[in-house]
Each structure stands twice: as C-alpha cells, then as structure tokens.
Design a binder for this molecule. Structure first.
Ligand SMILES: [Zn+2]
Length: 66
C-alpha cells in the first residue's frame, strides 16, 4: 500500500518539499524538524509522481495548480 505524500511548506525557510512522515518532518533545505500539524500542508496525494510534479509547479508558480 502506498500511503500518502504530503506536499508541505517549511515555516522557517518556506522551502517546499514532499514528506511521508506521519509525525515529524525534517526540512531538506534548512534542517528544521517540525511536526506535520505545524507545517503548511499544500496538498496531499497518494502518488509519488504527482507529489513531485506539484512541488515543481509550486516552486515555479507559488500557487495551487488545479
Ligand atoms: Zn526549512
């Protein structure tokens, strides 16, 4: 079973990344460790490819794709 991918924005550096962590996520950009509840979750998907796609779109456009 795949589980969910969370596209999240770091509170500290605003870096956008994908996590599957249920509780604590370590930001790949600044190393900040934050709980999922404290992160801004931009999108949730069960497809890894879709998650990566969303990250690149969000980085370029800084807005939600439809
Ligand atoms: Zn960060």
């Amino acid at each position: 079973m795949g589980g969910l991918y969370y596209v999240v924005r770091c509170l500290k550096c605003s870096g956008i990344s994908v996590t599957r962590a249920r509780k604590v996520h370590k930001c790949p950009f600044c190393g900040e460790r934050v709980t999922i509840n404290d992160l801004t979750v931009l999108h949730v998907t069960n497809e890894a490819r879709r998650a990566r796609q969303l990250v690149s779109l969000l980085k370029e456009r800084r807005s939600m794709p439809d």
